[in-house]
Write a new protein. Sequence first.
Lengths: 760, 163
Amino acid sequence: MTDAPADLANANAIGRSLRRIEDRPLLTGQAAFAADLRVEGQVHMRVVRSPVAFGRITEIDVDEALELPGVIAVWTHADVAALPQIDFRMTRIEGLGPYRQWVLARDFVRYVGEPMAVVFAETGFAAEDAADLIFAEIDELDAHLSATADPVEVYPGVETGLLSEPAVIRKGAGDVDAAFAAADRVVELEVAVGRHTGVPLETRGALAQHDPDSDVVTMMGAAKVPHYNRGAIATMLGLPTDKVQLSEQHVGGGFGIRGELYPEDVLVCHAARVLGRPIRWIEDRKEHLLAANHSRDQAYRLRAAVDPEGVILGLDAAFYTDQGAYVRTHGGTVTDLAAAMLPGPYRIPAYRVAGHIRLTNKTPAGTYRAPGRFESTFARERLMDEIADQCGLSRSEVRRRNLIPEAAMPFDRQIDTLGTHLVYDSGKYADLLERFRTMLDLDRTEDALAERRDAGEMAGCGLGFFVEKSGLGPDDLVRLHLSGDGTIRIVTGVASVGQGVETTLAQVCAGTLGIGIDGIEVIHGQTSLIEKGMGAFATRVTVMAGSAVKIAAEALIAKATEAAAKALGADPADLTFDAGRVSGPSGALTLAEAAQAAGGEIVAEGLFETTHMTYPYGIHFAQVSVDPETCGVTIERYAVAYDIGRMVNPMLVEGQLVGAVAQGVGGALLEEFVYDEAGQPLATSLADYLMPTAMEMPEVELLIREDAPSPINPLGVKGAGEGGINGAGAALAGAVSQALGRRVDRLPMTPERIYRWIRG
Amino acid sequence: MTETTTVTFTLNGEERSLTLEPRQNLADTIRDTCGLTGTHVGCEHGVCGACTVLMDGKAVRSCLTFAVQAQGAEIETVESLADGDTLHPLQQAFWELHGLQCGFCTPGFLMLAAGALRENPDMSDDEMRDLLSSNLCRCTGYQNIVKAARQAAEVMRGERAEA
């Protein structure tokens, strides 16, 4: 019972490793994911995708497909010409508009997998059979596949002058030229990160239904940002916002890529209205690898002005983001974040960066867990290793000398990102490095590895120091409903992608009210139940919705106290709230009784607003050996130090960190979207796109600290979602570089690449 | 391709006789024809293992198995694991040790481990890791899945000793 008298076990739900309240249906096969939804009369949608990387469409022949039994309709661009291009959700930059993607290709196809036509049929089999009968006549053009090559025309002969560099994001602070003039040495480095992405185990899917009476179209299978997407779909279909509702079911992993607004989401909603039938679309895995957002694929050129002590005086950087064929909903987000976060935990008093967004004929790119940070941390930390080598310093010493001191916090980088001013809110960077060195026994570890190398082995270790960001505003709203039976329903506009939102928010609520989490229910991702919600991205849920829950729970206490005062005939000032009870000289009421006294329910709201992000930080350590025969990398030891400010549920924090490390290992060693010279993707199945299994993953040792709580939210929390991947590429590259005794400038470090490095 | 055939098998102890197209795979049959959606389809080409079910006690990729291949077989899915409200030791251990996040791959891992542990509850840690590397998880990093399977194995050994 939530209104049970206080007991110590219940009094501090925040900070405890409670089992998740969302797990039971997932364990028993009762949880409904998008593909588990079925409704009477549903129509199956199948997308016909471009087989070529670049070309001009001359004709799409759909006649044969239309004749197949069970086929209801086939659409090409002409049938949806009234729908505008898919707009930007974030980081809108002047001039990006013409680079947006159409729902179905118009005139040109720009990547293999681009939707060209769509089939609606009575069965999934009929839809797939019909899709196979659709032939597009395409005049093929030479695919443009290099983001570092000179820009070319995006729509040759049609929109002359529209080049494949939509924008260059420039940031900086301090006098870079003066820094280079004063430098003892200039250290230069070129590095690149491969193309990889989130690849959740559940592919995308949706089920849209139109209710003719209310004229409302409801799409189930929403994720990440249901409220934003609802508005965007309504705008595209020319409807008032309240005529579109999005509903989230269980979501099989997000990682940044799922839940952005894609052509298929718009198509199912539009078709549900036009065809007057429910429309079901389930993506297959090949489609997913061709059509859902790719990410990474950045190339960096760095120049550092360094003093005789190995301290960086200035950093001059340029990098190129391979955005793929179109600029999708994220606008310039990845490039913007990379540009802002490249200096990381170091002082670097003078900084100048140009981040080039470049289009190619590949699947469009967006954000993937630690967007712009996995890449920029890799680049920066490779630079730190290079400076260490050139200055004769150890890798930890060169970092220590450059870290932002605790006394400089909050640290204003004098640049903006995602519309916020970049101010590191708190941090004890040097302290964390020292603790980590001790935990790892780093000096002795490095000596032992040096001995192994002297004996002819290829073994080494590496560090990746990083700053993360989390808790992007501007706000989040939650509403708490306390019932007369003592149960509490939390309604929030954030979304769940499997990260444990329900448990986390229930714990914040329980902790604030001094009760247990049983009887607390969390409703998320339903646009019909709450008017606003920013969603689940940018490691924002615990910070933003967690803070809003705390504020709402405090408002609930005030209302319960008021109700109790009336019931007890007492002055509210004489009442105290503790452990789920309002007590005073003349008696006490449980929360349940207070709700009964208030007429059966108490509703309280919490709105948390912020104009700044909060910045957790940490260090990755990897120790590896390389097999000279297979050129395979074995991770012998892996550790992450992370200061999260304050933990709501340590078990979930650890789960986030370890799970993210696995994805980092994938991006560093295995995963890559490779294209041939014609722009044909070569990784279109999970047999070609290799993700880590239990065999590749080492045990991950964690040093989680709460030494630098955030001063800018009421819980002091910072996010857990992305720190586990941020420094993985950097640490593993440092380790492989040391093992091989040569510069490692490229991820992923596949056996083939390592073979070429070894053999020269 | 509208020719149909009949197939009969036992699904979680219940006999099913179905008329379906011969090209229909077992995963779609369990999910769409029989309505048990706990078995998930993650890749349709036998790599991820989310669709793992037991066929005559052995783990199979139901996405790579035609329904007609299940003729006369006993099929077990994740829906059969719990005994009423009592979770199977594997389910209990996955819950306690945070062996799942999004939970999409979970039924496949549970069935993979359930079949193997039923056959050999004395699996070594290396054998266990080797077994679990058959399936993909994108959320957990596997650490807690391996721990949970070990803990469940211990419980199952205890249950067997008592029996």
